[in-house]
Design a protein around this ligand. Sequence first.
Ligand code: TXA
Ligand code: MG
Length: 320
Amino acid sequence: MSIISTDIQKAISLLENEKLVAIPTETVYGLAGNIFSEKAIKKIFSTKKRPFFNPLIVHIPSIDALENVVSYVPEKAKILASAFWPGSLTLVLKKKSSIPDLITAGKDTVAVRIPNHPLTLELLRRLPFPLAAPSANPFNNISPTKAFHVEQYFKNDIQLILDGGTCKNGIESTIIGFENEEPVVYRLGALSIENIEKVIGKVTIKNHKLQNPDAPGMLQKHYSPKTLLILTSDIKKEIKKFQGKKIGILSFTNSYKNDRIFHEIILSKYANLNEAATNLYTSLHELDTFQLDVIIAEKLPEMGLGISVNDRLQRATFQE
Ligand code: TXA
Ligand code: MG
C-alpha cells in the first residue's frame, strides 16, 4: 500500500503520537515533526542523516502564532512577514526559551515561516503545536518537489506522505536574519532579492559559498544529484569536452539537442526565471535517473530567481 495520501486526519494522529509525516509546501516537501517532541526531532535528524549543528525551520499557521515561538520581532521583520506570509520567506528571530535547543542547534535564534500550501496550512491550524520541517531528502541530496521523490528517499522510514502535488516554487525559502535590527539574507531562495528590496529597501547578503556560521546548514556541497554536474555559460564547449560520454543537458531556454546528447531538459522555453526555479529540482531528479556520465547545466542570467538557481547549481557541482 502506498504511503502517499491526502488524509489530514491520519497526519494529525501520527504527529500527535510523535511520528514524522512528510508535508507539501510551496517550496519543497518537508519532513515534519512536533517541535516539542524530542523523540520526533531526533528522528528527523537520524532519518535525514543530518548533523545536529544544522538547525531546523519551525512552521506555523498564522502571524498570531509567531508570539508562541519568538520573543522579539524587529520592525522590518513585521513588514516582511505581513508582505510575504504565507510564503517562501523564513525569518530568523530571537527564540522563546520554550523552543528546544535541538531545533535551533543551541542558538538563541529560531528560523520560522508560514508555508503557502492549503493542505499544510490546514494541518498546521488543526495541530496544537508547530512543526519542525527540514526538506525531506537525505543530507546533501536534491530536495523533493513531488510526493514520489520523498517516497523514493524514505519509504522505509515514514508512514505517511501528504500529497500536495508538485511544489509551485520548487526551491527552498529565502532565509533572512537580523543584525542590529537590519535584515541580512542568509540563504538565497524562492523569494527574490528584488521583491524583498521593494518592501524594505537594500538588504545585506551573506549567502556564503563555504560554511556560514550564521546559517549553519549552508554547506559548499549541497542539493546534489548523484551524477557529476558541470555548470557553464558555454554548453557547446562543454559538450565537446565530453565526447563519447553519456551526456545530459539542463539548459535555460535554448535546445542543444544533437546525436551526442542522451537527454535534454529546458528549464523555461520562454526564458522565465520563476519557471526555471520551479523546474530546477524536478529536472535534476529526472536527469539523475538515466545513469548519465555528466549533466551539463547552463548558468542562468544573474537576476531575479536566476541568482538563487545559480547558487543551487554551483553547490551541486562540488565534488569531494
Ligand atoms: O523552503 C524551506 O525552507 C523548506 C520547507 C520544507 O519549509 N525547508 C528547508 O529546511 O529548506 P532545511 O532544514 O533544509 O534548511 C534549513 C536551514 C538550515 O540549513 C540553516 O541554514 C537555516 O535554515 N537555519 C535554521 N535555523 C537557523 C537559525 N537559528 N539561525 C540561522 N540559520 C538557521
Ligand atoms: Mg535542505
